[in-house]
Write a protein that binds this ligand. Structure first.
Ligand code: S3P
Length: 173
């Protein structure tokens, strides 16, 4: 079986569901953002602040390449990993792309805390409203989340239910 590559907007449940999916499949779980933070010894908001988004995207790209070389892992990508087609190509070469989706209402609840997601915070600063910022980013990125191998609604279902569906999709492959 291939790797499981979870894509989806910030707050779509990639990390939470990813852990459960990994335990269902007997895979290792890797959160790309956490792996970057561990490697560089700083949080992502700190990285954005000190070195800028381009620096983070470069580190993200290196991490995507590295993780694509591993086997039997569930990879939780960052919400913006999909922006770089090369990231998707390399991750797809060894993995199935699974997209998690949730409504704007759910995302609003999950993304309420500021200071953790620099891209969303910056959009909010630009538009003056968090909900509008989520909607605008979703619209900008809509096409990037298309073309996944499987879609799951993670908003109204528990992590366990999501994991069951993903595991069953993976086993059929
Ligand atoms: C980002 C999403 C974040 C993180 C970084 C940028 C984005 O990941 O990679 O803050 O551009 O959407 P999560 O989706 O885990 O919040």
């Amino acid at each position: 079986m291939k790797n499981v590559v979870l894509i989806g907007f910030m707050g779509s449940g990639k990390s939470t569901c990813g852990r459960v999916i990994a335990s269902h499949l007997g895979y290792r779980f890797v959160d790309m953002d956490r792996a970057i933070e561990d490697k560089w010894g700083m949080s992502i908001p700190q990285m954005f602040k000190e070195y800028g988004e381009d620096f983070f995207r470069q580190k993200e790209k290196e991490m995507a390449r590295k993780l694509a070389g591993k086997k039997h892992i569930v990879i939780s990508t960052g919400g913006g990993t999909v922006k770089d087609p090369e990231n998707m190509a390399v991750l797809r070469s060894t993995g199935k792309i699974i997209c998690l989706q949730a409504s704007v209402d759910t995302l609003m609840i999950r993304l309420g805390r500021r200071g953790r997601r620099p891209v969303l915070d910056a959009k909010e600063a630009e538009l003056g409203d968090r909900r509008k910022a989520i909607e605008a980013l979703l619209e900008e990125r809509k096409h990037l989340y298309e073309g996944a191998d499987f879609y799951v609604n993670s908003g109204e279902q528990s992590g366990l239910e999501v994991a069951r569906q993903v595991a069953s999709f993976m086993r059929k492959k």
